[in-house]
Design a protein around this ligand. Structure first.
Ligand SMILES: [Zn+2]
Length: 438
């Protein structure tokens, strides 16, 4: 055995008892051997040649020799030889072999693409690069992680838009919840230069990501209160408009996203549809238009948060009076006593704008706050799922300190992360591989 080891690692290797040094050296050597074997396999034998190839411009590309290129694979770098075709008309070059292998226009193989997708969905590009180096022994710069992850995310966004692939459902739950919300993410200055915002000078630093989350809550806790079913949540989100584009009734980009996502989850097939959101008018307009049968619930979590903000406005942010006041209002909210809250707010309304606004909010959403009635129907009212959805899909990855996004970059990473969190990575890569081979 030791002679085999020495054969692979050299004379001195057999004498060391440092296991980590040995295992790392063995892995590195094994990967290198495998990389050379795979490289030879991919380069040997004649790649089929063509006299001409159709070019995307409509003309024909002609043979122009072979070119070699390094691709980063899970085994390390591979140098591949590929036939090259050039279109004399539009000067576009084509590598048929790259298309067959699924590396067209890429610097990494499909195996590394998936690894970068996994770390890019979870971590900053710097950390992602470090993880790939430390765990997989791959040398990838943060910039390369960014480029590859964003290209993959853009491909996933396109796939989500164009391929209808309903989630496999064993047992469709009787009740499905649809939550919509928005959350701001920090943008690069040039991305928001012309947009009005909430900064003191009227400028903007953020753009709103709009999120759609679906989940079921057939499980109950020990008190019999419905709780979200483990693994039932799927997400779809993007920075895009929720306003209809024209007078001919075409749905907004975000409305189309919501319709795709609800189709995927067979929302129209369930006995009971429930729409959960905060008070934003655009959300309820969309719910009314597209899901008129859905029971509308104002997310209790949001409503409580709202009353907390009002408490601070009434008594000042440090006051001892906030906590007991808010606690009483929360209890009234739980009991569906909206009028009691309004009566209380009227005391402060003449001198506090927040109180006046809150009265309007309660009046507008009164029918969506019948919490005792909803609970009696076995509905989940206080999951905080919508809020959590924003945090888990967007906040945790895109709102870390020091991050500033471009529109295309953020939308790509959001698509990547939504696919990952919704359990849709596998389906995407299967379709991708089938397309390349087909
Ligand atoms: Zn051409």
């Amino acid at each position: 055995m030791s002679s085999e080891l020495e054969h692979l690692l050299g004379k001195e290797a057999g004498k060391t008892i440092d296991l980590e040094a040995l295992e790392q050296a063995m892995r590195s050597r094994a990967l290198d051997v495998a990389a050379r074997v795979l490289e030879r396999h991919l380069n040997q034998g004649g790649e089929e040649g063509f006299p001409v190839l159709p070019c995307s411009c409509g003309k024909e590309a002609r043979p122009a020799g072979t070119r070699s290129k390094d691709f980063l694979s899970v085994l390390g770098p591979l140098r591949l030889e590929r036939r090259y075709y050039l279109c004399p008309s539009c000067k576009t070059g084509v590598f048929p072999k790259d298309r067959t292998l699924g590396v067209d226009g890429a610097s990494v193989t499909p195996g590394v693409l998936r690894m970068v997708g996994i770390v890019g969905a979870e971590l900053s590009f710097e950390k992602g690069g470090a993880f790939l180096r430390d765990l997989a022994g791959l040398s990838v710069s943060p910039k390369q992680v960014e480029r590859v992850a964003e290209a993959l995310g853009a491909e996933m966004a396109e796939d989500e838009r164009t391929v209808f692939d309903p989630d496999p459902v064993a047992d469709l739950p009787s009740t499905l919840y649809l939550g919509l919300d928005g959350t701001g993410i920090p943008m690069r200055p040039e991305e928001v230069a012309d947009r009005p915002g909430k900064q003191p000078d009227g400028s903007s630093r953020t753009r709103e990501v709009k999120l759609c989350v679906l989940w079921s809550a057939e499980t109950t806790d020990e008190e019999g209160i419905p709780v979200r079913d483990e693994g039932s949540a799927t997400y779809s989100a993007a920075i895009e408009s929720a306003a209809s584009t024209d007078t001919e009734g075409e749905s907004s980009e975000f409305a189309k996203r919501v319709l795709r996502e609800t189709s995927c989850r067979q929302f129209d097939q369930v006995t009971r549809q429930v729409a959960v959101a905060d008070g934003a008018p655009w959300i309820w307009n969309m719910m009314n238009e597209h899901f008129p049968k859905a029971i509308q619930i104002l997310d209790l979590f949001h409503a409580k948060e709202h009353l907390g903000t009002v408490g601070k406005a009434l008594f000042g942010p440090e006051s001892d009076r906030i906590r007991p006041w808010v606690k009483e209002r929360h209890a009234e909210l739980d009991d569906g006593k909206i009028d009691a809250i309004i009566t209380e707010l009227r005391i402060y309304a003449p001198r506090c704008e927040e109180a006046r606004k809150c009265i309007g909010y309660l009046e507008t959403n009164r029918s969506r706050m019948r919490y005792p009635e909803f609970r009696a129907q076995g509905l989940c009212v206080s999951s905080g799922m919508v809020e959590a959805g924003c945090k888990v899909t967007v906040g945790a990855r895109l709102k870390q300190s020091g991050m500033h996004w471009s529109l295309t970059g953020s939308n790509a990473i959001i698509a990547l992360r939504c696919a990952k969190l919704s359990g849709r990575f596998e389906g995407f890569f299967e379709r991708r591989a089938a397309r390349k081979c087909g």
